[in-house]
Design a protein around this ligand. Structure first.
Ligand SMILES: Cc1cc2nc3c(=O)[nH]c(=O)nc-3n(C[C@H](O)[C@H](O)[C@H](O)COP(=O)(O)OP(=O)(O)OC[C@H]3O[C@@H](n4cnc5c(N)ncnc54)[C@H](O)[C@@H]3O)c2cc1C
Length: 403
């Protein structure tokens, strides 16, 4: 028997971050017409290292991006938790067999490299991307998006992936409120490999054949380090009580000495790394997440929040981008199961039924990990492999649709 044809819905995606682009690619692959509305006039190379675990890499590989991403990403092989002061090993886990066990690898990759690969894929697949298109508000019934320049973009369904400070979320809730501030911030920096060349200890930590992720844990703070971009850079990110981001600022450049001095009395290996911080681009990021929302769906059932807009989480979950990628794969699967436009609200409801419990659990894991790593006598330890051993596409094909 021939399979049912999928209707050619017009899908509007708001925001072209990792969640928006993943969603656009997944929806295009189902045969929908996809337009992405992005407020920035052009893309910039923002962010630093990300861990993308098997639950998300299986989706990226399904998009045909394996070779492209392996050329710039690194397989996460080993995680070593170290005591903050003397650097003694508290816990050590190997992830060498992840692909054999879970069917997909864990990658460590620069956000800009992942974003560029998704952007290329979206364009190549025929997704239309409108830059400089800032959505001001929605007509919930049409549905359509009113842009700041006064133009209106209409579709059959709108997927709002406009990030953790989402204007769309404010419209759904009736009032914009900032995400929940954790009280902590992250220093983030990338150190070029040339800085480590003449130091045997530091050259060794850049070795990608024997890749090791270090996590130094101490009371109220932790620091994470691993090589990215095939060993071109060392990615260093810390979490500690916020200094410059306690008020309205979310990302603030800081002098490298501030990052160095904060952890100078820690493990001599970390101190040695910190001595090589670059003069520019050491940034303090405010760390926030979102309390679970009751609903991500707008009245009339044609617009839904996805990605950080609906479930921003702390970096200690190492899943924010991963959950955005899962969202995209899930929404494409449920939309592909409906036969008429009138059934779109049921698809969005099924999407939410599947995603809200999963994302709530993952957001909570971010808070729990931070708590675990920041205890006085912390021993380290990561989330279980269960979180990574999840096939969102299979789940989205099974989730009940009440149509
Ligand atoms: C320190 C740190 C470490 C992290 N580590 C990890 C990790 O190891 N693993 C992991 O998976 N995740 C990690 N994350 C989280 C991850 O970076 C985010 O969850 C992810 O990038 C969010 O993607 P997004 O597409 O939902 O949102 P964004 O990247 O914020 O994209 C939103 C897009 O919407 C656009 N936009 C905003 N408003 C409008 C509007 N009105 N109209 C049109 N467009 C609009 C913006 O310009 C932007 O392009 C980390 C985050 C931090 C801060």
């Amino acid at each position: 028997m021939a399979s049912k044809p999928i209707p050619k819905f017009d899908v509007i995606v708001v925001g072209s971050g990792i969640a928006g682009l993943s969603t656009a690619i997944a929806c295009k692959a189902k045969g929908f017409n996809v337009t992405v509305l992005e407020s920035s006039p052009k893309f910039s190379s923002i962010g630093a290292g990300l861990m993308i675990s098997a639950n998300a890499t299986r989706i990226l590989m399904g998009m045909g991006l394996r070779n492209r991403l392996e050329a710039c990403g690194i397989d996460m092989k080993r995680v070593v938790f170290k005591k903050f002061d003397d650097g003694s090993v508290l816990d050590e886990r190997t992830y060498e067999g992840t692909e054999e066990n879970l069917g997909a690898p864990n990658w460590q990759i620069h956000r800009a490299d992942l974003h560029e690969a998704l952007l290329e894929k979206a364009i190549e697949s025929g997704v239309v991307i409108q830059m400089g298109a800032r959505v001001q508000k929605y007509d919930w019934d049409a549905p359509s998006a009113l842009l700041e320049d006064g133009s209106v973009v209409r579709g059959d369904v709108i997927l709002a992936a406009d990030g953790y400070r989402s204007r769309s979320r404010g419209e759904l809730l009736g009032q914009y409120t900032e995400p929940r501030f954790s009280g902590n911030s992250a220093y983030r920096a990338l150190i070029h490999r040339s800085e480590f060349e003449n130091d045997p200890e530091l050259s060794q930590i850049m070795e990608i054949s024997n890749q090791t992720t270090y996590v130094w844990v101490g009371e109220g703070c932790h620091v994470l380090g691993y090589p990215i971009r095939q060993g071109e850079y060392y990615n260093l990110v810390s979490t500690q009580p916020a200094i410059h981001t306690t008020g309205p600022k979310f990302v603030v450049p800081v002098p490298p000495s501030e990052f160095h001095d904060r952890f100078a009395h820690w493990d001599p290996l970390l101190e040695n790394i910190l001595r090589h911080l670059p003069q520019e681009n050491v940034l303090e990021w405010k760390l926030c997440d979102l309390a679970p929302m009751n609903s991500w769906i707008f009245p009339r059932g044609k617009i839904v929040l996805i990605g950080d807009a609906s479930h921003a989480m702390l970096p200690s979950a190492a899943q924010g981008a991963g959950m955005g990628i899962e969202d995209g794969a899930a929404i494409a699967e449920v939309l592909a199961r409906v036969e008429r436009k009138e059934q779109i609200p049921a698809a969005l409801k099924a999407f939410q039924d599947l995603r809200l419990p999963r994302c709530t659990e993952v957001v909570d894991s971010g808070r729990q990990n931070a708590k675990k790593w920041h205890q006085k006598d912390a021993k380290g330890g990561t989330v279980s492999d269960d979180m990574w051993n999840y096939d969102v596409q299979a789940e989205a094909r099974r989730v009940p649709l009440s149509i």
